[in-house]
Design a protein around this ligand. Sequence first.
Ligand code: GLU
Length: 317
Amino acid sequence: MLLAGGTGVVTQELLKDALKYGKCFVRNGNTANYIPELQRVNKYQLGICAVGFDGDLPEVVEVGDSRVPFTIQSISKIISLILAVRDRGPDYLFHDKVGVEPTGDPFNSIVKLETKSRPFNPFINAGAIAVASCINGTSADEKFDRFLELTRKLCNNKEISLNESVYQSEKETGDRNRALAYYLKASGVLEGDVEECLDLYFRMCSVSVTALDIANLSAVLANQGKCPFSKEMLIEPHSAKAIRALMLTCGMYDGSGEFAMSVGFPAKSGVGGGIAVPLVGRMGIGVFGPSLDEKGNSIGGIKMLEFLSEKLDYQLF
Ligand code: GLU
């Protein structure tokens, strides 16, 4: 049993009920079809994990496919942002490189690049590619190693590594991201070599995680940047706060407003089927469900979170 601030309680039973509810909707979606390796994944998988840190020792509750590996995809945008803000400072990053406003456009949209001097926010592909170009390091390898090291710490899992076939698949089919990156270079936003930056971006998206890993990452964000297991400060508190705010306004692509109304939790999804949810001062939730809606969000995942938001006493609104 996992205590949630003393009043709302997340139990194995509650998560089982959430899973049962979420499973009813999975058949209505599909895996991401624009990345061949993701399209092949079994869309009927669904799992959820919560890591609470109310007491001295963090508690973990999980059900379903919470230990099945999937690629982190856009949830990596949180981790690359932590690094870039650390390397360049928030003023430079959020002033010169990316904005902090929702777009209302799909995550891979190109349409606003020509009318704005920088991408709208760091969670759309254009913004994340610009952010990736601001990570310090002498090569893509060195930058990726820094990303992997931080990911392993945030997820409390030293085994996390790259899914080579998803990486190759993304690299082969990522022409839209290539177009975004070259446009950003031409407009002076992307720093350094375009192909090196894209290679880093594709690798960061292709790191393999589980819902448990994502719940741990979310718990660090919810705990103001401190790992509830090691007690190590892993994210600067100002970054953790900015990221949670961005998750609320931009984390679910162009479905962020609807998600805020129906669930009301800060969240970041990825087209691998993951959703990271930090509930401040209480717990981190990680979801895996690769059947996606038309906006690229996990259908079963959203339904499980809707169910939990009804049952928990955690209300932002
Ligand atoms: N690697 C994916 C892409 O760039 C990430 C998209 C996502 O998860 O939103 O298209």
